[in-house]
Design a protein around this ligand. Structure first.
Ligand SMILES: NC(=O)c1ccc[n+]([C@@H]2O[C@H](COP(=O)([O-])OP(=O)(O)OC[C@H]3O[C@@H](n4cnc5c(N)ncnc54)[C@H](OP(=O)(O)O)[C@@H]3O)[C@@H](O)[C@H]2O)c1
Length: 260
């Protein structure tokens, strides 16, 4: 049995990682604000204390709030949290740091992806301690998130129009990402491993349409090109995996059919 800290262990993928660690007989330690540990603003002593006795840290933190969607906000979040986890992990004697990034973040290096690209660089220049970096495409769960974010008009859960960025993706099941992170955390540090993507190329607006239809909602889904390098990157397929990526098994529609 090993003790594994999960930074962001209450989030979309983090909670799946925590469940799988527990099911495999490991001891997960959740680091998140709701679990009493603020990695961004909290004291280093609290982080070190939480990490003592851990064999690995899985970093699946994600920023909240609108500032996190700008390049400056995203960079500030990932620069600070990654440095805090690496430093505290080193002090606590944690041998392995596993981080999750997004396919194409370094190619786009703008908007939210600027912070992910910076997080990747912080790991790849690291001299002391072992690390593993997994990049995946968007989770299937991303489409419902966009549907909620882009809802306009109508009442509450029944919007008339949903605005979605023009975005080509090859989404993957968060459950498969969690399986992979648990396997990586249990092994030796491997540096950057092969990207993981879903089995099919999809257009985000279509995924949102299918999600809304499955929920009995007939909102009109409108695609809008996001401005700047970030928007162009999403539109032109820079977030798609290369031919070297491993592909997950579950397509979006199978995931959708399995949702309660
Ligand atoms: N979603 C995707 O499609 C996708 C795809 C590929 C890679 N990724 C990467 O995977 C990571 C996780 O994504 P996700 O969608 O699972 O994120 P998420 O659902 O937004 O969860 C974010 C987690 O971070 C925690 N957190 C936020 N601020 C914190 C702070 N100051 N201190 C401690 N904990 C904090 C949150 O818990 P509290 O609110 O309780 O603090 C939560 O557990 C991100 O780095 C993202 O870039 C995501």
């Amino acid at each position: 049995m090993s003790r594994v800290a999960v930074a962001g262990g209450t989030g979309a993928v983090g909670r799946l990682v925590v469940g799988r660690l527990r099911a495999a007989g490991h001891e997960p330690v959740v680091l998140s604000r709701s679990a009493g540990v603020d990695v961004l603003r909290g004291p280093r002593s609290a982080l070190v204390a939480a990490l003592i006795g851990c064999d690995a840290v899985v970093d699946v933190l994600g920023p909240t709030g609108p500032a996190a969607q700008t390049a400056a906000g995203s960079r500030a979040f990932f620069r600070t949290t990654t440095a805090a986890l690496l430093r505290a992990g080193h002090e606590a004697g944690v041998a392995h740091h596993v981080a999750l990034s997004v396919v194409g973040a370094a190619r786009v290096d703008a908007g939210y992806y600027a912070g992910k690209a910076l997080q990747e660089r912080q790991l790849t220049v690291r001299r002391e301690g072992g690390w593993t970096l997994l990049r995946t495409t968007q989770f299937h769960e991303f489409a419902p998130g966009l549907a909620a974010l882009g809802a306009l008009g109508g009442r509450g859960r029944d919007p008339r129009v949903v605005v979605v960025p023009s975005f080509v993706s090859q989404p993957v099941a968060a459950a498969e990402v969690a399986d992979e992170l648990v396997a990586l955390a249990a092994g030796e540090p491997r540096g950057a491993v092969r990207d993981l993507a879903g089995p099919r190329v999809e257009v985000m607006a279509d995924l949102v349409r299918r999600w809304l239809r499955a929920r009995g909602r007939d909102a009109r889904v409108v695609q809008v090109p996001l401005p700047g390098r970030f928007g162009a990157g999403l539109r032109h397929g820079l977030a798609l995996p290369g031919p070297w990526a491993r592909l997950g098994r579950q397509p979006f529609d199978d995931w959708l059919a399995a949702q309660p």
